[in-house]
Design a protein around this ligand. Structure first.
Ligand code: SAM
Ligand code: SF4
Ligand code: F3S
Length: 444
């Protein structure tokens, strides 16, 4: 009988990539993707542990699934991802509905676990077997056929920012072999990818040695540029400390590298950056900004901000506001500091909640105003859009410009996968709306 599997994914792009690779793996043992979430014989929650009550959210989700399957056969309930790694055995003890807990570096074991599954035997796999995991997945074809797709080149983190769980949930930094990445890119391009985003928790820390040659992210970007069918290249998330000159130089030489960089700074105060153990200063960040703007003044930035990190005074907060005004980030993520169990900052004295909320509101108002200002600047202009798909239930197409803005417009499906000119007519904070310009599309 046909076995169906459903994966619900939370968190970052790394989890999105992993979920797709898990689908690729379980296909080998006869599982097909379930279209509906209440129609699976195996249900996987791929979880994120980065903020807030991540653990509680997972138990809540499991409760919801329990209800959903009340009158049906219970699916094999798997919790994967970063909460699984952090909580491991604890989850099996607390919620008997959960059958399997599997951390991000153990996904190569998923087929074996599902094949040998019996209701009586719970399974927990949370070893950091990163090398074995990638060796296993290197042998399994990546079947993702999206126009814009992610490709993991590096995992884990050795930086240990005091607020962050990632070094504990993803393990030490590991870079995949250069040739394996290029081979996977080739597969994705054969499947129809026109845009590849290289991903990693510290993507620009990528470093791989083979036969005394050292490969860096700049080598990957330059190798990808050679694929004639590939239109656009991006990478995320990068760390300011690893923005080396060879990577910066790519912005003057690599014609497919998009002029938009997500470069998290977290705070505009050197005092706070030091308390966070960020390993970079505001001045170093500004030097990177200046170097890139000098190469191409159209390069734009986005960032992550943590508001009200323990010890943040009004003055520190104002330094962050000033930095935002200087850089004019066009798109950013900002959250109030959330203490994470097991991290150095877990037990520090928190800043008053009302003050934190006020600071967050203030900063988001400024960030959103730059976002809107940028979006308005496209009005009445023809811009290049990579068309990704047709919108569900609508006769409209969805694509993105070089700054990753979402663009919606009417058009024929034959444009999917092409870079076309769209004239922007209106916008809101998150989306641009436009009209295809005649006779100016080129096949990708
Ligand atoms: N490696 C990236 C870097 O160093 O910039 C960031 C990766 S992390 C998955 C994504 C973002 O989550 C961080 O940039 C940070 O802003 C946010 N974050 C991480 N831990 C947090 C915490 N404890 N509270 C609030 N935000 C947090
Ligand atoms: Fe987390 Fe810092 Fe590593 Fe980024 S660099 S993943 S914020 S510990
Ligand atoms: Fe979340 Fe893990 Fe990504 S904690 S942000 S899913 S690396």
């Amino acid at each position: 009988m046909e076995k169906k599997i459903f994966i619900k994914t939370f968190g970052c792009q790394m989890n999105e990539y992993d979920s797709n690779r898990i689908y690729d793996s379980v296909k080998k043992i006869g599982f097909i993707k379930a279209d509906k979430h209440d129609d699976a014989s195996c249900y996987i929650l791929n979880t994120c542990h980065i903020r807030d009550k991540a653990k509680e959210k997972v138990y809540h989700e499991v409760g919801r699934i329990k209800k959903l399957y009340k009158t049906k056969k219970k699916p094999i309930m798997v919790v994967a991802g970063c909460v699984a790694q952090a909580e491991n055995q604890e989850m099996l003890k607390r919620e008997p509905y959960i059958d399997v807990v599997i951390g991000p570096q153990s996904y190569h074991k998923i087929n074996q676990i599902l094949k040998s599954f019996t209701e009586k035997e719970k399974k927990e796999e949370t070893d950091f077997d990163t090398i074995q995991k990638f060796e296993y997945f290197d042998k399994i074809k990546n079947t993702n056929n999206k126009i814009s797709t992610f490709l993991t080149i590096q995992e884990g983190c050795d930086k240990f920012c005091h607020f962050c769980v990632v070094p504990f949930t993803r393990g030490p930094e590991y870079s995949r072999p250069f040739r394996k990445i290029i081979k996977e890119a080739e597969e994705l391009i054969k499947n129809g990818a026109k845009e590849i985003t290289l991903i990693g928790q510290n993507v620009n820390a990528y470093s791989y040695e083979e036969n005394s040659k050292f490969y860096k992210i700049s080598d990957l970007l330059n190798e990808l540029e050679k694929f004639s069918e590939l239109e656009r290249i991006r990478y995320t998330t990068s760390h300011p400390r690893d923005m080396s000159d060879d990577l910066i130089d790519c912005y003057s030489t690599n014609k497919k590298l998009m002029p938009f960089i997500h470069l998290p700074i977290q705070s505009g105060s050197n005092k706070i950056l030091k308390l966070m153990n960020r390993k970079h200063s505001v001045e170093e960040y500004l030097t990177i900004f200046d170097k890139l703007k000098k190469i191409n003044s159209n390069i734009e930035f986005s960032s992550d901000f943590i508001i009200s990190y323990p010890g943040e005074t009004d003055e520190d907060f104002n330094d962050t506001v000033e930095l935002i005004k200087k850089i004019k980030f066009i798109n950013s993520y900002s959250f109030i500091f959330s203490p994470r169990p097991g991290t150095k900052a877990a037990n520090l004295k928190l800043i008053d909640n009302e003050i934190s909320k006020e600071r967050l509101t203030k900063i988001q108002k400024i960030l959103f105003s730059y976002q809107l200002e940028m979006n308005k600047s496209f009005k009445n202009k023809p811009i290049d859009i990579l068309v990704e798909n047709k919108m569900k239930g609508q006769n409209k197409l969805f694509g993105r410009n070089k700054y990753l803005n979402s663009v919606i417009f009417e058009g024929d499906e034959k444009n999917i996968g092409k870079v076309i000119k769209v004239k922007i007519e209106s916008c809101n904070q998150n989306t641009l709306f436009g009209e295809i310009m005649n006779n100016n599309s080129r096949a990708a």
